[in-house]
Write a protein of this length. Sequence first.
Length: 186
Amino acid sequence: MVNLNRQIEALIYASEYGIGITEIKQVLEALAGHDMAEQDILTALEEIKTRYLDESHILELKFINNGYQFLTKPRYYETINQLQAHRAKKKLSQTALETLAIIAYRQPITKLEIEQIRGVNCDYSVQRLLEKELIKIVGKAETLGKPILYGTSDLFMDHFGLTSTADLPKLKEIVQEDNAIGEVTD
């Protein structure tokens, strides 16, 4: 098996939450095809923890809530805080969200088609969505003037936890059927 420390380090890094010794042991045994001593895993974890104490690393190995995980060292908290504050300022307006939804459901789509659906100019919203990399230019339409076609980006898929656009909620699941004008008869 490849270096045990590297295997464990990869498991901790790839784990969305902390990973416990039992789970590390199970994964490594499945990979190796034989039993592993828990003490070997604990020794490797201590070696990894010691290596990350070095000033050249921004992360440290912590044991929290019965699992190991990599966390940013406290001296970088202010930097991370600035990033979070910066990203918080980039929230989408209602107009941008509406534009994004239209693009997601109708892609590939031109700006003119978006404006026809919304009934208003959407230059600013499209530009902001491009800047935030939630949409991308996917080509040009084969119509007069060859307008730009827009579609959602990989970042959009990641942000909303989608594998494909097929994972988007169906419109009939969102829209209420009781929106009626006039008298309703049985």
